[in-house]
Design a protein. Structure first.
Length: 176
């Protein structure tokens, strides 16, 4: 085996990314504290052709040196907007007919492996604060909660790890 060089990967440039059909999914970041987590979400969103990101509350916005460190330019390719309140952003998405999925450990949550996205629907996936998770009011507005099964001693995964797992799963299911 030979490791491929970047030029051999045939990746899109920014204009090509903007012109490419995206999967019908919006990421909502609910008060994310870590600039590195925000940058990682941008980079993951770029990798899986996510439509856009809504940065809410205390979540920092580009341009930002610390976000750029992990995003590696994905803040230029992935569309994003800012909303002061996560709850209002989610209400607006629901009014547009978007199916809201909160990634949270909750009563009656759906195990991620059992979630089957419906083709033709638009989705928004809400990822919560590193300590408090998704706000209960946002969970209340959600159509479903998705839960990533965990088997160790910890109660949660890092938000950027959760985002990677969830987006990879949904991307694969929608692209089948």
């Amino acid at each position: 085996m030979r490791k491929l060089q970047n030029r051999e990967l045939n990746r899109l440039d920014i204009d090509g990314f903007k012109a490419t059909e995206k999967i019908p999914l919006t990421i909502v970041l609910d008060n994310i504290r870590s600039l590195n987590n925000i940058g990682s979400v941008f980079r993951t969103a770029d990798a899986f052709l996510i439509d856009r990101i809504i940065l809410c509350g205390i979540t920092a916005v580009p341009p930002n040196k610390e976000i750029h460190k992990t995003a590696l330019g994905a803040t230029e390719s992935v569309d994003w907007t800012y909303a002061d309140q996560t709850l209002e952003a989610v209400r607006e998405l629901k009014a547009q007919g978007v199916h809201i999925l909160s990634v949270e450990q909750a009563e009656n949550s759906t195990n991620l492996k059992d979630f089957i996205p419906e083709k033709g629907l638009k989705y928004a996936v809400v990822f919560g604060n590193e300590v408090k998770g998704v706000q209960q009011q946002v969970v209340d507005l959600s159509d479903q909660c998705l839960e990533i099964p965990q088997y160790g001693t910890k109660h949660s995964l890092n938000i950027s790890v959760s985002c990677g797992i969830v987006l990879w799963d949904i991307f694969g299911k929608l692209r089948m």
